[in-house]
Design a protein around this ligand. Structure first.
Ligand code: NAD
Length: 321
C-alpha cells in the first residue's frame, strides 16, 4: 500500500485530496495546524502540527523506521484577494517558513516524491484576450502581490532541493479553486464562495456587492478537477511548474450572473471599492493536458455543486431558514 502525507489536510483542497488518495487505495496521514472545519477527515491518521517548526516537519514525514512514499505540500497561510492584500507579512513569513522547513525535512530524510502547490499569482497582470502564457513566461517575474513572490521563491527552493537530493518534485500552479467545504466567510474566502454567500443572503431583486467594476477576468476550477490534476501531475514525468485551470474565462460580473442563475434568483450588481487584483490571467494548460487531464466542470456545473453547500452554511449560521 502506498503511503502519503498531505500537509494542509485541514484546509479546503487538502481535505478533498485526502478523499481522492483514499479512493486510490493509499494510507494517508493528514497534517495541519487545525482539524478540518466542515466534516471529519478521511485520513487514516491526522496530526495537528505547526509546520513552521522543523521538528514537526520531520515528524510529519517519518513513518515507522522510514518515511512516507509521497508528500503533498498544500499548507499555507492564505486566503482570497482581501486577505492577500492585507496580510502580506503573515503570508511571506509563515508560508516561507512552512516551505523552507518542509522541503528540507522531506529531502534530507529521503522522501522520494514531493508535490508543491503554487499559484497562478506568480504571473504578471495581463490584459483580457492577451495570448495565453506558458509556465516559462512567469520569468522575468512581476507578480501583482507578495503571495505570488512567496510562491515563486518556494517553487525554486523545491527545485533546488530536488537537484541536490534527487527528490522528485512536482509543482502545480493552481488557478482559483472553488467547491463545497471551502472557506465561505471571515475574510479568507475567495470570490466564488463569497459571491455564493452574497447571493444566498440577498433577497429577490436585491443588490450584490462586488469589488471593482466586475470586468476583471478569471478562470475558476472546481475542486474535483483540481484534485484530479494534482494526482495526475504527481504521477507524471512533468518537471518544472505546471498550470492547472479550467479553460473557461469569465468576468467577475459573469460569476455573479451564473451564481444567481444557479440560485434561481434575480439580483442586481453593485460595484464598491476593494482589492480587485489583476485585470486578467490567461494561461496555457498544454502541459497538464499532456497527462490526459481535462476540466470536467464548467462554472455552472461547479456552482451547481457549490452554491447549495454555501446556502446551507448561510442558513445554519442564521439559525435555519
Ligand atoms: P486553505 O487555507 O483551505 O488550506 C491551507 C491549510 O494550511 C489550512 O488548513 C491551514 O490551517 C494550513 N496551515 C496554515 N499554516 C499552517 C502551519 N503553520 N502549519 C500547518 N498547517 C498550516 O487553502 P486551500 O485553498 O486549500 O489551498 C491549498 C494550497 O493551494 C495553498 O498552498 C494555496 O496557496 C494553494 N492555492 C490555492 C488556490 C485556491 O484557489 N484555493 C489557488 C492557488 C493556489
Amino acid at each position: 500500500m502506498k503511503t502519503a502525507v498531505i500537509c494542509g489536510a485541514g484546509g479546503f483542497i487538502g481535505s478533498h485530496l485526502v478523499k481522492r488518495l483514499k479512493s486510490e487505495g493509499y494510507w494517508v496521514r493528514g497534517v495541519d495546524i487545525k482539524k478540518p472545519e466542515f466534516s471529519p477527515t478521511a485520513a487514516d491518521e491526522f496530526l495537528v502540527l505547526d509546520l513552521r517548526e522543523e521538528a514537526n516537519c520531520r515528524a510529519a514525514v517519518v513513518l515507522g523506521t522510514g518515511v512516507v512514499d509521497e508528500v503533498y505540500q498544500l499548507a499555507a497561510d492564505m486566503g482570497g484577494m482581501g486577505f492577500i492584500h492585507s496580510a502580506e507579512c503573515e503570508i511571506m513569513h509563515n508560508s516561507v517558513l512552512i516551505n523552507v522547513r518542509m522541503t528540507h525535512a522531506a529531502a534530507t530524510l529521503g522522501v522520494k516524491r514531493y508535490f508543491y502547490s503554487s499559484s497562478a499569482c506568480v504571473y504578471r497582470d495581463m490584459k483580457p484576450g492577451e495570448p495565453e502564457m506558458t509556465e516559462a513566461e512567469a520569468i522575468p517575474a512581476n507578480p501583482d502581490n507578495e503571495y505570488g513572490w512567496e510562491k515563486l521563491y518556494s517553487e525554486r527552493m523545491a527545485q533546488a532541493y530536488s537537484r541536490k537530493y534527487g527528490m522528485v518534485v512536482r509543482i502545480a500552479r493552481f488557478q482559483n479553486c472553488y467547491g463545497p467545504e471551502g472557506t465561505w466567510r471571515g475574510g479568507r474566502e475567495k470570490a466564488p464562495a463569497a459571491i455564493c454567500r452574497k447571493v444566498a443572503m440577498a433577497k429577490e431583486g436585491e443588490a450584490v456587492e462586488i469589488w471593482g467594476d466586475g470586468s476583471a477576468v478569471r478562470s475558476y476550477t472546481y475542486v474535483d478537477d483540481m484534485v484530479d490534476g494534482i494526482y495526475r501531475l504527481m504521477h507524471s514525468d512533468l518537471k518544472g511548474a505546471v498550470n492547472i485551470g479550467c479553460p473557461q474565462y469569465v468576468t467577475v460580473r459573469e460569476l455573479v450572473e451564473v451564481a444567481a442563475e444557479v440560485a434561481g434568483k434575480r439580483v442586481l450588481i453593485e460595484s464598491i471599492p476593494g482589492p480587485v487584483g489583476v485585470q486578467s490571467r490567461n494561461f496555457s494548460n498544454e502541459r497538464i493536458y499532456s497527462t490526459g487531464w481535462r476540466s470536467q466542470f464548467d462554472l455552472k456545473a461547479g456552482l451547481r455543486r457549490t452554491y447549495p453547500w454555501v446556502k446551507a452554511q448561510v442558513e445554519a449560521a442564521s439559525g435555519g431558514a
